[in-house]
Design a protein around this ligand. Structure first.
Ligand SMILES: C[S@@+](CC[C@H](N)C(=O)[O-])C[C@H]1O[C@@H](n2cnc3c(N)ncnc32)[C@H](O)[C@@H]1O
Length: 280
């Protein structure tokens, strides 16, 4: 079993390597898919003029830009991300009131007690030691500060990811499932775990709101198949598989997705938690 430090190092390597590359290459499509979750999370964050905000795991900085517009010229936003390439993309926006740091948010030396808001869109599920990380984030917040983030619920509640994965797995090399305490996309699916982490980190009792929508995976099955291998666990498995295995997996995915065709494209349910907690 890997130590928390090894798990964190794996994540840093992933987001600075293939993960960051794939995220950038697929970003437009990903961003369209998560737009509804984004809007809900930013509305809940309710950043106000003059506030100081931190965007954790800010990626290319799209939410940082929206926070920076909300806090205005009298406010400021700090985007923190472990991936150099993604922060470079974020910096290219040249936001007047935002700065960016390439850093591990779990250990970054934030200005203490200064932030009104700690926000994240899908950027807080990758810590090797989440309690330590959230303790660090809490230290950056004013006593009146608020934490607002959006994260995926369980794979079972997210058929947009599970249906293609389940169909493909029998045809691909063995998949090492992440353990329940391991970092990853669905690491915060279990709300009791998230509640425990936040409480241990010193936050007040968090609230959990279910956000549900339909995710459009593509215009049609062939469009989905073209993009599926570009990001996420399937992309990694496709890389390790032979061309024959990939072809069989794609056939199985096509069959599994066919019933989900609608006039608007291939649509499947997607489910997130909107989590809010006070600093104490
Ligand atoms: C799923 S992406 C979300 C990116 C961005 N929030 C968005 O919604 O476009 C997860 C992000 O978290 C970043 N990340 C992962 N572990 C991190 C850590 N320990 N500290 C800071 N950023 C981290 C990754 O580099 C990646 O940009």
């Amino acid at each position: 079993m890997k130590t928390q430090a090894e798990l964190a190092a794996d994540q840093a390597a992933f987001w600075n390597g293939s993960g960051g590359k794939m995220w950038l290459a697929s970003y437009d499509r990903i961003q369209r898919g998560i737009a509804g979750f984004s809007d809900a999370a930013l509305a809940a964050a309710a950043a106000k003029p003059g506030e100081s905000a931190i965007d954790v795991g800010c990626g290319t900085g799209e939410t940082t830009a929206r926070l920076s517009a909300a806090v205005g010229s009298s406010g400021r936003v700090l985007g923190v991300d472990i991936s150099e390439a993604l922060v470079e993309a974020a910096r290219a926006q040249k936001l007047a009131n935002a700065t960016f740091a390439v850093a591990d948010a779990a250990t970054y030396a934030f200005e203490q007690g200064a932030a009104d808001l700690v926000f994240s869109r899908f950027g807080v599920m990758f810590f090797g030691d989440p309690v330590k990380a959230f303790r660090n984030l809490r230290g950056a917040m004013k006593p009146s500060g608020r934490l607002v983030f959006v994260c995926w619920r369980t794979p079972q509640e997210n058929p947009w990811g599970l249906v293609p994965m389940r169909a493909a797995l029998p045809h691909l090399p063995p998949y090492e499932r992440p353990g329940p305490e391991d970092p990853g996309q669905y690491a915060f699916g279990d709300r009791t775990r998230v509640e425990r982490i936040l409480k241990e980190a010193g936050f007040g009792t968090p609230s959990f709101e279910k956000l549900d929508q339909s995710n459009t995976l593509g215009r049609d099955v062939s469009d989905v198949l073209e993009n599926l291998g570009k990001f996420g666990p399937l992309a990694r498995l496709f890389k390790e598989a032979t061309p024959e295995q990939v072809a069989k997996a794609k056939d199985a995915i096509a069959e599994a997705l066919a019933p989900h065709a609608t006039p608007e494209g291939i649509r499947l349910p997607a489910a997130c938690w909107l989590v809010r907690a006070a600093q104490h």
